[in-house]
Design a protein around this ligand. Structure first.
Ligand code: FAD
Length: 310
């Protein structure tokens, strides 16, 4: 049975959640990975190590237009007689999965966190506060896999990459691509994350977040209002409407811990909260809580890590 997996490679490389989706799907059937853009065949062939039998590459689709990508994936499903599609439950996947579900008249499992048990799939519900089990009755199903639900393991070898015409057409969407700064650790893949909220008072104070992130080798993140006001770029915003992360360590300074924020970070293994307000809701979700001023605590943590590493 063929399983189609959409893998984002517009940056020229494949992110961890792409390998993860392929690895997950390889437990369900023969994986055919579908990509768009111009990533090199060498880069794409590496999907074989994670379980893809082959990669179909459509170079005519050049941006993350969810409508074009939906058409491309639907065409691949039709061409290969596939009944299951797996995408990552990231910003692109969230835009593609429901469109694909409507187009293919396929049941949708959104935010899967484990492999199907019989016909039931475990998902995150209520912003990660509870689990649910979704049973899909339709012949076809779409599964969007929550990033970091499983660790991708490279077991096989490179696979073939074939040109594919997904007949995606042009939808008139203009998608603006912004390049991330060189050397920055991609947030969705980071094992360590240092994050700041409105308690940091202004963008000029972000040096204390960056200093700690630098000594730890961590990515930086922020709450949504911080990105909305323009203190930090939107790709750093974590939460229900931002990036969902599951790092080993999440340090949150000056963030209240609203449920919409927690939705994107409560899969973190260890959460450290720094807040001046002992009643801040985030402390209930924290493994370690520091009631204190971020402007004093963060520099002291940075110094402590430096000493520890020396
Ligand atoms: P605040 O709520 O203003 O909290 C600031 C915190 O800093 C306070 O707890 C304060 O005690 C503390 N503080 C102040 N000074 C200091 C200091 N010197 N040192 C230490 N601590 C200090 N939010 C997200 O983050 N992500 C989302 O994806 C998201 N999606 C949303 C979706 C919807 C539909 C809605 C309605 C809201 C969403 N929100 C989201 C917003 C969310 O509800 C909160 O408003 C937001 O998370 C609050 O951000 P904050 O904690 O940075 O700011």
């Amino acid at each position: 049975m063929s399983v189609i997996v959409y893998v984002d490679s517009f940056s020229g490389s494949i992110a961890k959640n792409g390998f993860e989706a392929v690895n997950y799907a390889s437990k369900l059937g023969d994986v055919i990975a579908v990509t768009a853009g111009n990533a090199s065949d060498d880069v794409l062939a590496a999907l074989g190590k994670y379980g893809a039998k082959k990669v179909l590459k459509d170079t005519s689709v050049t941006s993350n237009d969810p409508q074009q990508l939906t058409r491309l994936i639907a065409k691949a499903v039709e061409a290969n007689g596939a009944t299951t599609v797996v995408v990552s439950h990231d910003l692109n996947g969230k835009a593609i999965a429901p469109r694909l579900s409507a187009r293919l008249k396929a049941g949708l499992v959104a935010g899967a966190i484990s492999l199907p048990d019989g016909d039931k799939v475990k998902v995150n519900v209520f912003s990660g506060k509870a689990f649910g089990f979704v049973t899909v009755k339709s012949d076809k199903k779409i599964i969007s896999l929550l990033p970091n639900s499983m660790k991708p393991v490279a077991e096989g070898s490179d696979c073939a990459v074939e040109a594919f015409d997904g007949e995606a057409g042009n939808t008139g969407y203009i998608i603006k691509a912004t390049k991330k700064p060189e050397g920055a650790i991609p947030l969705p893949e980071a094992e360590l994350v240092v994050s700041g909220g409105r308690g940091l008072k202004g963008p000029e104070n972000w040096g204390i977040i960056e200093d700690l992130a630098n000594v730890l080798g961590a990515a930086t993140a922020c709450s949504r209002p911080v990105a909305d006001i323009g203190w930090r770029p939107h790709h750093e915003h974590v939460g229900q409407t931002g990036v969902a992360i599951r790092p080993n360590l999440y340090i949150a300074a000056g963030i209240s811990g609203a449920i919409q924020h927690l939705a994107g970070v409560n899969g973190s293994k260890v959460i450290v909260v720094i807040n001046t307000d002992p009643e801040a809701p985030f402390f209930k979700a924290a493994d370690y809580g520091i009631v204190g001023d971020a402007f004093e605590v963060l520099p002291r943590l940075t110094e402590a890590v430096k000493k520890f590493k020396a």
